[in-house]
Design a protein around this ligand. Structure first.
Ligand code: PEP
Length: 258
């Protein structure tokens, strides 16, 4: 049996003001306590904007919350003349355990390709931060029936040069672009089809231990009402949640899906 611990990550994107951000973390902790959530059973991660990270760190450390946090992006460079960028070392200093790389919004609006995503993930790993590497197909590719090879291609490209040990410890998020923020959730079978294919590719490229260790998330209009069917799939190890992670009851319900 797999020892992979399910992971629920809430990507807040560019939402909430500073106070709302802190209230959300506090309310999430209270809600999960009410729901008798077992953090050993499901890891809970919030992914706020950069500007909230220091305060989230203070809150989490001060109240000894078991909620973890991460960032939405990271620079592929260590330091230097890169105006506007945030390095992995900076995120590590802020106590980030995770960082999202290659989200479809970054790939689409900032023209990020697989090589850049891989470079960012490498920097995260070097700083002791687990990258959540996002892949996923657009509607045209899905309709053409090319979604599996497309996602396999993105996975291979975004993990180029990684060691099997590195792959075993990271997180891949399968997020069909047509299901992000649309309310159009993939069926559990759709999610399983691609997550299984990704794991099979990881096995082929990096071996059995890497395939067994890597956690593969599904993302795209996940809500408390549809999470159970998705989590019942053998190769889905958690969810990357956008919109619903801004609502404490929804995200609390997603984390307490079991
Ligand atoms: C996301 O952007 O990662 C996402 C899954 O968004 P939503 O849950 O809103 O579809």
């Amino acid at each position: 049996a797999s020892t992979r611990i399910p992971l629920m990550a809430g990507n807040w994107k560019m939402n909430l003001n500073h106070q709302e951000a802190l209230v959300l973390v506090q309310k999430l902790a209270v809600t999960l306590a009410d729901k008798k959530h077992d953090y050993g059973k499901v890891e809970v991660v919030v992914v706020p904007p950069f500007t909230d990270l220091r305060s989230v760190q203070t809150l989490v450390d001060g109240d000894r919350l078991e909620i973890k946090y991460g960032a939405q992006d990271v620079s592929p460079h260590d330091a230097g003349a890169y105006t506007g960028e945030i390095s992995a070392a900076m995120l590590a200093k802020l106590g980030c355990d995770y960082v999202v790389v290659g989200h479809s919004e970054r790939r689409q609006y900032h023209a990020e390709d697989d090589a850049l995503v891989a470079a960012k993930a490498v920097k995260a790993l070097a700083a002791g931060i687990v990258p959540i590497v996002c892949v996923g197909e657009g509607l045209d590719i899905r309709q053409a029936g090319e979604h599996v090879p497309h996602c396999i291609g993105q996975t291979v490209g975004s993990l180029a040069g990684f060691t099997p040990e590195q792959v075993a410890g990271l997180v891949i998020a399968y997020e069909p672009v047509w299901a992000i923020g649309t309310g159009e959730v993939a069926t559990p079978e759709d999610a399983q089809e691609v997550c299984q294919a990704i794991r099979a590719q990881v096995k082929e490229s990096y071996g059995e231990a890497a395939a067994d260790g890597v956690r593969i998330l599904y993302g795209g209009s996940v809500k408390a009402a549809n999470v159970a069917g998705i989590m019942a799939q053998a190769d889905v190890d958690g969810c990357l949640v956008g919109g619903a992670s801004l609502q404490v009851d929804e995200f609390g319900g997603i984390c307490r899906y079991y």
